[in-house]
Design a protein around this ligand. Structure first.
Ligand SMILES: [Cu+2]
Length: 353
């Protein structure tokens, strides 16, 4: 009994204080200056969202809804919007004496993230993400980098277990590559190191990777497994630097839809080159997770939302058995939608009948 008395008293005290507060507001409403003084308190929602002025909203609800919906509709209708430049395209190597040679030039360009929005981008070969490098276990690979940036740089091959001097970290494994200099990396892709990997700058990286010095480095296994002959093999690189929230260097509505035919199997290779987590949510069909950081999972598991943390790669399989255009987006909602409509990390999986 004693322990119920205190809460009862507290509740009474709370109701009494609330009653006083309500009367105070009512009195203040009669006098203009007093009402103005009370306004800041009314705007404080105490949550992560600002308070909504429901009275004003109701009066103009229909007009406001029409205006907001028109912006949302325009965004969806513009998708997929055309922009200049397309990154993440396969780079064919030059082959000399059995070595696969990739020539990269690091360079500052202007990049169109979404229609009409041009940003400064730091790129390999003038695209964001950089050209996709795709090799096999056991391949001998040479990467020539020419630095035309105004800063020193270096390339780290993220996920590859290379000899120490090829790891690409200035002052740990190599000197920085100064502006105007060139540098060559050469290594044999280790056996057993297949999967979805990345290459990116490892010098002033928050800026350099944020501005676009990043790409996919995919190692195909020597012996192909059950997931290596899918109908669609799609790399989706996430980023959240100064270009905004992007998939493969573009923001919605300029993001690229993933397209498959009914019954086909899609493999999505998520790679997070950003500095935030992005839970990737697919509508309509589940994702079967088959690999983490290139390592095949012994027991694949199912989900509809998969969190991709910075530096991580996750490979999933989607069996496209549900026709239609399905929203496919980061589920941290401020990365995907605002009052003006969808933006940033939004695309679609289109399953054609
Ligand atoms: Cu996100």
């Amino acid at each position: 009994m004693p322990n119920t008395e205190m809460p009862t008293r507290s509740r009474r005290a709370f109701l009494r204080e609330t009653g006083l507060a309500v009367s105070a507001v009512a009195i203040a409403a009669c006098a203009d200056e007093k009402a103005a003084a009370a306004a800041p308190a009314a705007q404080n929602s105490g949550g992560t969202m600002g308070a909504h002025d429901t009275a004003a909203a109701t009066a103009n609800a229909a007009a406001a809804a029409d205006q907001m919906d028109a912006m949302h509709e325009a965004g969806i209708k513009a998708f997929p919007a055309k922009t200049a430049g397309k990154g993440n395209q396969l780079l064919a190597p030059r082959v000399e004496g059995g070595v696969k040679i990739y020539d990269l030039t690091a360079k500052v360009i202007k990049w169109e993230v979404e229609p009409g929005r041009m940003v400064e981008a730091w790129t390999y070969n003038e695209v964001v993400p950089a050209p996709q490098i795709r090799v096999r276990e056991g391949d001998r690979v040479r990467v020539n980098l020419k630095n035309e940036l105004p800063e020193s740089t270096a390339i780290h091959f993220h996920g590859l277990e290379l000899p120490n001097d090829q790891d690409g970290v200035p002052f740990i494994t190599q000197p920085p590559i100064k502006p105007g200099q060139s540098y060559t990396y050469e290594f044999t892709v280790p056996a057993g190191n297949s999967g979805s990997h990345m290459y990116h700058s490892h010098h002033n990286a928050a800026k350099q990777v944020g501005l676009g010095l990043l790409g996919a480095f995919i190692v195909e296994p020597k012996t192909r497994g059950r997931y290596d002959n899918v109908d669609v093999d799609y790399v989706m690189i996430l980023n959240d630097g100064s270009h905004g929230y992007t998939f493969n260097g573009k923001s919605f509505p300029a993001t690229e839809p993933v397209v498959a035919k009914l019954g086909q199997t899609v493999r999505i290779r998520y790679m997070n080159e950003g500095m935030m987590i992005h839970p990737m949510h697919l509508h309509g069909m589940h994702q079967t997770v088959i690999a983490k950081d290139g390592w095949a999972l012994d027991n694949p598991w199912k989900c509809d939302t998969l969190n991709i943390a910075p530096g991580e790669r996750w490979d999933v399989i989607v069996k496209c058995n549900n026709p239609g255009t399905w929203a496919f987006h980061c589920h941290i909602l401020p990365h995907a939608e605002s009052a003006h409509g969808m933006f940033g990390m939004v695309t679609a999986l289109i399953v054609q009948k």
